[in-house]
Design a protein around this ligand. Sequence first.
Ligand code: CMX
Length: 425
Amino acid sequence: MPILQETLAGIYAPQRDEIRQMIKEHGDTVVSQVTVKQVYGGMRGVKGLVCDTSVVPPEKGLIIRGIELKELTDKLPEEIFYLLLAGTLPNPEELADLQAQFKKHMQVPAYVWDVLSAMPANSHPMAMFNTAILVMQKESVFARRYNEGMTKDQYWEATLEDALSIVAKLPTIAAWIYRKRFGKGDPIAVNPDLDWAENYVHMLGLGDPDGDFTKLMRLYLVLHSDHEGGNVSAFSAATVNSALSDLYYALSAGLNGLAGPLHGLANQECLKWVIEVNKKFGGSPSKEELEKFSWDTLNSGKVIPGYGHAVLRITDPRFDAFLAFGKQYCAGDPVFDTVAKVFDVVPGVLRQIQKIADPWPNVDAGSGALLYHYGMTEFDYYTVLFSVSRALGITSQAVVARAYGLPITRPKSVPTDWIKAQVNK
Ligand code: CMX
């Protein structure tokens, strides 16, 4: 048995037993209450889900398996995937084992290219990416073994097989979409000697003479990997997976949510906004000009993309990491300079609007400018990159959920008349 599978078998069984025992002994302990505002407010703050891969304390930001993000920015995405699944960073042998498993699964079935080629030329890259994942559903080990009657305690192993197979292929699919959708030329074949992120850069074909773009991509793929369980993509994927729909169904469902402008699509919206600013002012604007432009955006009823968060109440540490990268590698780039200026100005503007809970930048505020700097100027593509990374978290969460034996998700909905009756009691 490969090291990863053997390690996880040793970890998950006692965790599952401990959870079962806790439910038996403390199943009726109250951990959260729900107000009318929360019922109508997207369940904000309701503690009704479990996610052990990561937590997002409002005043700290992302912590993966107990390790703060700032301690993880020099890691490979594969190391983060191992961390998400196993709870510890891999040693060199464990990392090599995981990378070898990825290599085994890298080849994408040819029918995927046929399906993508048949899509309209102006399809959104996210629709192409999610179609590619869904069309591979027939490869699912989980679905096959479920039909063969595998036992419940084997669900996580089959889900892990699907996770490895899907994640290994995502850079190849994503790079193919980039080249074909944006007329960049023929797809570039995978190079089995490169790591996951390096390979992605290689297949994008943008060139990387000094290796800095690869550094950015490794960072990007680490920073977006997971953000606990209640965000739209993670929650949607987990709900679909809880019906024992396999990961091909569940991941594409979750990533369809990531394609929304209030979620992952905000990164393309954000760069669009920054470019618009630079166009209007013929380069990086003054602080006064930027302040006025921000108010104009808000007064026209639009959000300032890349700012605000449903959970965070500080500058997103993922933004901090991108800003630090930009200062080191992209200083003087007018687009990056504007991103840095926006950070100086926009929180002060948003703080003046009482209803906005978080005036600080989120992950999407800076990432696009860095990609733009390295020649990836097609905004529509950015959420695909986000998806390649977020698949690490979504698939890990699914493996853990199956290991814990979590049941089908089924919260109770109530009609407004029922709420009115409670209010009038
Ligand atoms: N610009 C303008 N208005 C904003 C705002 C922003 N950046 N952030 C929040 N608001 C508004 C909300 O639209 C809401 O207005 P209404 O009550 O009129 O609907 C009000 O302030 C209260 O919102 P909130 O409680 O502060 O934030 P929510 O939890 O409802 O929403 C989020 C969070 C991210 C959707 C919101 O801040 C937003 O739309 N930001 C811009 C888009 C963005 O950057 N999304 C990416 C988030 C990260 C990710 O998931 O990828």
